[in-house]
Write a new protein. Structure first.
Ligand SMILES: *Cc1c(COP(=O)(O)O)cnc(C)c1O
Length: 474
């Protein structure tokens, strides 16, 4: 038995033999000696373990042909050199999908990123004066112009923005929040937790469904630091509800000389009610209603890069700029580049709906989507035996905690491979095609929603389906 095992183990070649084979040499040219040697040792070790673990496995089934081993090494190296972070097709119908990176950037922002990446920049340098500047100065003027805000600061994300606001304006003091607004967003951002990190004491007022102005008034004392409103962007309490509007809260706060702060969440610059999406206050409206400081995300309804934008009264923001937390929360040059370019698009409101990808998706007509669907169907017509594709009405969403419960009519493709279940199809599109395509299962059907596709995604889907047809045993 032992002799048999040893004999089998001896059949495995030494690393240098593999490296000197024609296949090994070709791989070395492509990947370099060290990586190939490492891959070879790794594959050989795997085979050694296998021979030891299954000593009775057939008569020398493990006999490794040099060619077989080289192929394994090639696959290993291929995998090693494929980026782990990769492009996927979003066919989920959720436009701001947090797990898929929220906003896709506009063309101008993509070009600005390229410029920022490939050369030095005036990131913190005032060219006119030859002196040190602030990185968010590149966007402050644009925010002032677009929203009427006195001042602007940009930090890493909205969570960081809220943290900076609370810590600067109310550390060691009490912050009054309605119970109906103690929200959790995406599992990792809970208002009560962020308040704790900001060093402030949470004072909850009202009930989950109803909060009145007097509830706030009664909670104010000499320890109160500020009043916080949270835009409950990812859920909605229906039925018997009441909350206090911004104007009333602003009036109360200002009578008591307290800052009135709002976590606006999504931060839309444009009124989206014309597109059937209601209840999303614009940034300008919130400021006009008397909110002193607002904070919102850059990669939700703004359609820009991940960022936390803080806008509002200059004296409050001046204190934030001096807070040492700023250094820990600061944005990088790529954020500055992409954010500035995105904001510039808003200077031409007529072009925003076309140029900012999330708005192009939101405003695409059902007829356009349907024709996209039919185009994919037609391209695969000759495979009708192997895959059944039907165009269907679907429902898309803005996502990212924006505009909850507001359904966006959409068009999708139901994809049915006769030999695969909906679950298997979903998995195949995720793991077995060159560019992963993410859809969803509804009523036992695998659906690709067409509203969240980007130009060119149709071809990727067509190629993916062809690949699955070829590789699925018929
Ligand atoms: C999304 C959201 C946040 C978190 O924003 P990030 O930019 O992801 O940190 C906080 N508050 C509200 C109300 C939100 O909608």
């Amino acid at each position: 038995m032992g002799d048999d095992l040893n004999a089998r183990l001896r059949q495995l070649p030494a690393v240098h033999v593999l490296l000197n084979s024609p296949q090994g040499k070709a791989l070395t040219v492509k990947y370099g000696h060290n990586l190939v040697a490492e891959a070879a040792s790794c594959i050989l070790e795997k085979w050694r373990k296998r021979l030891v673990s299954f000593p009775q496995e057939g008569p020398l089934v493990a006999t490794p042909e040099l060619l077989g081993l080289s192929r394994e090494i090639a696959v290993y190296l291929e995998k090693l050199s494929t980026p782990h972070f990769q492009r996927v097709v979003n066919a989920t119908g959720i436009i701001l999908h947090t797990n898929l990176g929220r906003s896709v950037l506009c063309q101008q922002a993509r070009e600005a990123l390229e410029r920022a990446a490939s050369g030095y920049t005036n990131l913190e340098y005032i060219l006119e004066e030859g002196s040190r500047g602030e990185r968010y100065a590149h966007v402050e003027g644009l925010f002032q112009k677009l929203t009427g805000a006195e001042s602007a600061i940009v930090v890493n994300n909205n969570a960081a923005g809220i943290l900076l606001v609370l810590h600067t304006l109310a550390a060691g003091k009490e912050v009054i929040v309605s119970r109906g607004e103690l929200v959790e967003i995406g599992g990792s951002f809970r208002i009560p937790e962020v308040l704790k990190l900001g060093g402030v004491k949470l004072v909850e007022v009202g009930t989950t469904n109803r909060t009145h102005l007097d509830d706030y008034r009664e909670a104010i004392n000499e320890n109160t630091g500020l009043i916080l409103k949270v835009h409950t962007s990812n859920y909605r309490v229906m039925g018997f509800t009441s909350s206090v509007n911004r104007e009333e809260l602003a009036k109360l706060a200002h009578e008591q000389e307290l800052p009135f702060v709002e976590d606006l969440g999504s931060g839309a610059l444009l009124d989206l009610s014309v597109y059937g999406l209601k209840d999303e206050p614009t940034i300008g409206e919130a400021l006009k209603a008397g909110v002193d400081v607002i904070s919102f995300s850059g990669d939700k309804l703004l359609g820009g890069p991940q960022a936390g934008v803080i806008l509002g009264k200059a004296d409050y923001l001046a204190r934030m700029k001096k807070n040492h937390l700023m250094r820990a929360l600061r944005i990088d040059k790529f954020t500055v580049a992409a954010l500035e370019a995105t904001l510039r698009e808003y200077l031409r409101p007529d072009a925003v709906m076309q140029n900012i990808p999330i708005y192009a998706m939101l405003t695409a007509s059902l007829a356009e989507l349907k024709s996209k669907g039919e185009q994919i169907q037609a391209a695969l017509a000759e495979y009708s035996e192997q895959v059944e594709i039907t165009v269907q009405n679907t429902v898309a969403q803005m996502g990212g905690g924006s505009l909850p419960g507001q359904e966006i009519p959409s068009i999708g493709l139901a994809i049915n491979f006769p030999r695969l279940s909906a679950t298997e199809t979903e998995e195949a599109f995720r793991t077995r095609v060159a560019v992963p395509v993410l859809g969803y299962i509804l009523k036992d059907q695998f659906i690709l929603d067409l509203r969240t596709l980007l130009p060119g995604d149709e071809e990727i889907i067509i190629e993916g389906i062809k690949q699955l047809i070829q590789e699925t045993p018929q």
